[in-house]
Design a protein around this ligand. Structure first.
Ligand code: NAP
Length: 273
């Protein structure tokens, strides 16, 4: 399966390159949804995975008639056999697999003592273990592709521990480590593995943080937004399509030398080196 030769949109109907076949997790909302839609716009065939069948359905329907296709795959990725089922769906539908983008994640924030042991298990199950299970299930098919690629959407919180992010920070650190480890393995096996670390991106996940802060402080949403920009030391929040554009670039021939990279796309939020 060829790499998309250019980062540009494939708008020429006579373009006969075979479509790349992808699984995107977390595709019902936020960053994952933007990635799934963007890849489909670029002519990819996409298995869109998340729990909410209705939201996935609207993603697939938005794509009606357009080049590229979205096939929905509702599932709970905390279940240990869910990743294998996603891969099986891709093989059954597209006959192979070239790209995995793992963007599902829902680690809880808050005071350590307000978080339960189950919250920790859940956070690791969805974001870390699902990534591991996906890599295990997809690897032979990514190898067979000849241009297989895994991109994990992780988070800058993995670099910098903080008291209110005791689940997400360790999950992200673990996933960065796993991403580098699989990149090392992939070197000898023709599979690229990269990670993207978003900073604060305007999605439901971030909006839920605004709502909690509003409820706790009684401040307006505008004031909370301003406070968060100051706290994160950025000038604005990022947009999901900015992450999607980076995914498409990394997966294109123009981005083919990225291997084992952990790329912060965070508006400068991460200050350390
Ligand atoms: N937004 C940010 O500021 C930010 C910053 C750093 C890192 N990140 C990371 O980027 C990733 C995407 O974040 P986002 O902001 O796009 O979050 P979001 O808008 O809340 O979307 C999360 C996605 O994960 C899916 N998901 C949640 N639980 C699931 C489960 N049990 N099984 C399958 N899918 C599940 C959700 O779909 P369903 O609810 O339909 O299952 C949804 O599609 C996460 O890993 C997050 O930690 C985000």
């Amino acid at each position: 399966m060829l790499l998309t030769e250019s980062f540009a949109l494939r708008t020429d109907p006579s373009d006969s390159r075979p479509a790349r076949r992808a699984i995107v997790t977390g595709a019902s909302k936020g960053i994952g949804r933007a990635i799934a839609a963007d890849l489909a716009n670029r002519g990819y065939l996409v298995i869109a995975a998340a729990r909410s069948a209705d939201l996935l359905d609207t993603l697939a329907r938005d794509r009606d008639g357009a080049e590229g296709g979205v096939v929905i795959h509702p599932c709970d990725l905390r279940e240990m056999d869910a990743a294998q089922a996603c891969v099986d769906a891709a093989l059954a539908t597209f006959g192979g697999l070239d790209l995995i983008v793992h963007s599902a994640g829902a680690t809880k924030r808050g005071d350590f003592f307000s978080l339960t042991p189950e919250d920790f298990v859940d956070g690791f199950a969805l974001k870390f273990h699902a990534a591991v299970n996906m890599a295990r299930a997809a690897w032979p098919h990514l190898r067979a592709s000849g241009h297989g690629h895994i991109i994990n959407v992780i988070g800058v919180g993995g670099w910098t521990p903080s008291a209110d992010f005791t689940i997400g920070g360790p999950v992200n650190s673990a996933l960065m480590n796993f991403t580098k480890a699989m990149a090392d393995r992939g070197l000898g096996e023709g599979v690229r593995v990269n990670g993207i670390n978003p900073g604060p991106i305007e999605t439901d996940r971030l909006r839920a943080r605004f709502a909690v802060a509003q409820a706790e402080s009684g401040l307006s949403e505008a004031a909370i937004r301003e406070q968060m920009l100051v706290h994160e030391r950025v000038t604005r929040f990022g947009r999901p399509n900015e992450i999607a554009t980076l995914v498409a670039f990394l997966d294109s021939a123009d981005g083919a030398y990225f291997h084992g990279a952990l790329i912060d796309l965070d508006g400068g939020a991460r200050k350390g080196i």
